[in-house]
Design a protein around this ligand. Structure first.
Ligand SMILES: Nc1ncnc2c1ncn2[C@@H]1O[C@H](COP(=O)(O)OP(=O)(O)OP(=O)(O)O)[C@@H](O)[C@H]1O
Ligand SMILES: [Mg+2]
Length: 288
């Protein structure tokens, strides 16, 4: 039986840091606020996540009203929902950047360490006075003084295709390059759960698609559990194994995206899924 370990939330260290043929069973909305047990991927170093009756209020504002969720190790989950519904709040709780009002968040692994959980934000949050390589080393936390730190940072930069920029200053990089440095910084410690809070929101359409492919590739290579908050439903269905829709502080829909990768953007299947989720988000009469 899987052992659940509660990681003290305050102890989690944060960094600033194909086909187009439709087939049955692709789109499977689940029951409201359901916990959907799904098999873990066979070879993964990802952390599983179990959330029980999670609630978070800010004063009288009850933002999360009982989130129940199980994410198997290595799964790629996207979270969508209207602005202000509590997506970032949920990520912050998962990453230990804030404390729940009640409920529990646990990782089913006794060996989970605080540095196993990382978050990447919309803004790259690079240190302007440090070169690219040093910015990536920041992601190593206490280990950045350890032997091999430079090599690990170099490797992470290589993973995101920026090995040749390691001696540059952040100011000379493009927006997409800065986000790739931020991704390298998030990857360098070898996280087992990586949460993304609209990391591609500020990028132009082409750069965004390139970054989506990069995210998918590093997730497939490194087999962490990925939780992506996004406003872009097409991004959610292109990348995720599963899309959660948050409404009124609860998981209103839990949709499995059972399509082979790499997925073909613009395919009829993705478009149908996207339309259905958008319809849910916009409410009655809003989708047309
Ligand atoms: N530190 C805080 N103090 C008080 N209220 C907060 C705090 N953080 C979030 N909130 C409130 O919680 C609610 C949810 O905010 P959150 O940032 O999680 O929404 P979101 O779904 O991420 O929205 P968006 O899509 O616009 O990023 C909002 O009403 C917000 O004002
Ligand atoms: Mg947000």
């Amino acid at each position: 039986m899987q052992q659940a370990l509660r990681i003290p939330v305050s102890g989690v260290e944060a960094i600033d840091s194909s086909d187009a043929l439709a087939h049955a069973g692709t789109f499977r909305p689940a029951k409201k606020s359901s916990v959907t047990p799904q098999p873990a991927k066979s070879e993964t170093r990802g952390l599983p996540l179990v959330i029980r009756d999670l609630r978070k209020s800010f004063g009288d504002n009850e933002v999360l009203r009982g989130i129940d969720l199980e994410i198997p190790a290595g799964q790629f989950v996207a979270i969508v929902g209207q602005s202000g519904c509590g997506k970032s709040t949920l990520l912050r709780l998962i990453a230990g950047l804030d404390k729940p009002t009640s409920g529990t968040i646990s990782f089913g692994d006794a060996a989970a360490r605080p540095e196993d959980v990382r978050v990447m934000f919309q803004e790259p949050r690079l240190l302007p006075w440090a070169r690219v390589l040093a910015n990536v080393e920041v992601g190593l936390g206490r280990d950045r003084k350890a032997e091999g730190a430079h090599d690990r940072a170099r490797q992470a930069l290589e993973e995101v295709g920026l090995a040749d920029k390691r001696e540059q200053w952040p100011a000379v990089l493009s927006g997409g390059q800065k986000q790739r440095v931020a991704l390298a910084r998030a990857l360098v410690s070898g996280p087992r759960l990586l949460a993304f809070d609209e990391p591609l929101g500020a990028l132009d359409a082409l750069t965004r698609i390139a970054m989506q492919r990069l995210l998918e590739r590093v997730w497939a290579d490194q087999t962490f559990t990925a939780i992506l908050v996004t406003h872009d439903v097409s991004e959610a269905v292109a990348l995720a194994d599963r899309v959660l829709v948050i409404e009124e502080g609860r998981i209103a829909e839990d949709i499995t995206v059972d399509l082979a990768r790499p997925r073909q953007r613009g395919s009829a299947e993705l478009a149908a899924l996207e339309g259905s989720i958008l319809g849910q988000l916009l409410g009655p009469g809003g989708a047309g």
